[in-house]
Design a protein around this ligand. Structure first.
Ligand SMILES: [Zn+2]
Ligand SMILES: [Zn+2]
Length: 355
């Protein structure tokens, strides 16, 4: 059952059609240079042009929208709406209506940067505040771009950050992981990560510096998906496989700049078969989790609501259990002077057996 095919891509980014610095073609070129298999361009409140979707420069390129209510102050509640073949921005003023409208059209909704932190120099934040909602697909637990904002405490710090951004990325906020675990105790919730690449130029006194260029972002926090069939360079079919993997959570977040996460696997063996991330298992006996990573690191198996149930420093971990729950994996790896988030898997769900 290990015949799944792995693909790497980025699903949150901005072009000149909203507040990004590059034309779509520049993003596609950067993605190709970074070796990505797919990108989803998600400009703010504008569906750029889905007739331009397709395989370009070896990259499956799709267009979706990051929707928010532009009249709301502050402009909170950004939602990535994926796999909708129409402009859904007219539903922006009511997050539940937006989620429902996207779902009715077969699409996916991910709450973008739900926890967002300000800094003295950049006080504006865009968190998710409308938590009285249901029916969304998942949460963007790691937004690569917004993770930098709290560190912008002075101009000097901004300069250090512009030249050595890798020193600042450490992983999703702990509060974000706790929030995700809260939802996982209620229902399946897919986690995604996105670069939120804008590649804007900032003036730092006498210096002008493009902060987090597209190619840099595309080598950083990416999504790795597993598909039952290989991509065929067929837009309709490949697009469907990509969205299907994201909708069930057969995917993980990989901070590939730290070390390539390709080849990571998290499976569960039951008496009957091998199960993958996103799968729901009806428990009728013990299950053995098996985790393998492409390099030595600190592997933690986590049960939502309980915390770490097994951990090791190494390249593999196995753990047997008969307890229901949502089980997920975090892998942390030391680089650039500290332990940093490297891999965040989606869960395998063990449900009580119903007779
Ligand atoms: Zn946003
Ligand atoms: Zn964004």
């Amino acid at each position: 059952m290990n015949e799944y095919h792995e693909y790497r891509g980025n699903i949150h980014m901005h072009t000149t059609f909203s507040d990004g610095a590059g034309e779509p073609d520049a993003l596609i070129e950067s993605a190709a240079r970074a070796g990505l298999d797919f990108i989803i361009i998600t400009d703010h409140n504008v569906l750029v042009d889905q007739t331009r979707e397709g395989w370009q420069n070896g990259v499956l390129t799709l267009f979706d929208i990051e929707v928010n209510d532009v009249n709301l102050r502050p402009e909170a509640n950004h939602c990535l709406t994926l796999n909708v073949q129409e402009d859904v921005t007219r539903f922006a003023s009511d997050p539940q209506q937006l989620i429902d409208a996207v779902r009715e059209r077969g699409g996916l909704t991910f709450l973008a940067h739900p926890i967002d932190k300000p800094s003295p120099l950049i006080p504006d934040i865009y968190p998710w505040n409308a938590w009285d909602i249901e029916g969304f697909t998942g949460l963007e637990i790691w937004n690569f771009m917004s993770e930098f904002r709290p560190y912008v405490t002075s101009k000097r710090m901004a300069i250090v950050m512009a030249f050595f951004p890798q020193l600042f990325s450490t992983g999703p906020y702990p509060e974000m992981l706790a929030k995700w675990d809260e939802w996982l105790q209620r229902r399946p919730t897919v986690a995604i990560g996105g670069s939120d690449a804008h590649a804007r130029v900032f003036n730092l006194g006498v210096l002008r510096r493009r902060f987090l260029p597209y190619e840099y972002c595309f080598r950083a926090v990416n999504m790795h998906i597993l598909t039952p069939e290989p991509f065929q360079k067929n837009l309709a079919r490949d697009r469907e496989m990509l969205y299907e993997a994201l909708s069930v959570g057969r995917c993980w977040l990989g901070y590939d700049m730290l070390h390539a996460t390709e080849g990571f696997r998290f499976v569960a063996h039951s008496a009957h078969r091998v199960h993958h991330m996103g799968d729901q298992i009806s428990l009728d006996g013990p299950v053995i989790f098996e985790i393998t990573t492409p390099a030595t690191a600190h592997i933690r198996l986590i049960r939502a609501g309980t915390g770490v149930v097994a951990e090791t420093q190494g390249r593999s971990l196995t753990h047997e259990t008969s307890h229901p729950g949502a089980y997920r994996v975090e892998v942390w790896k030391r680089r650039w002077f500290k332990s940093r988030g490297w891999i965040f898997s989606n869960p395998i769900y063990l449900n009580s057996h119903v007779t």
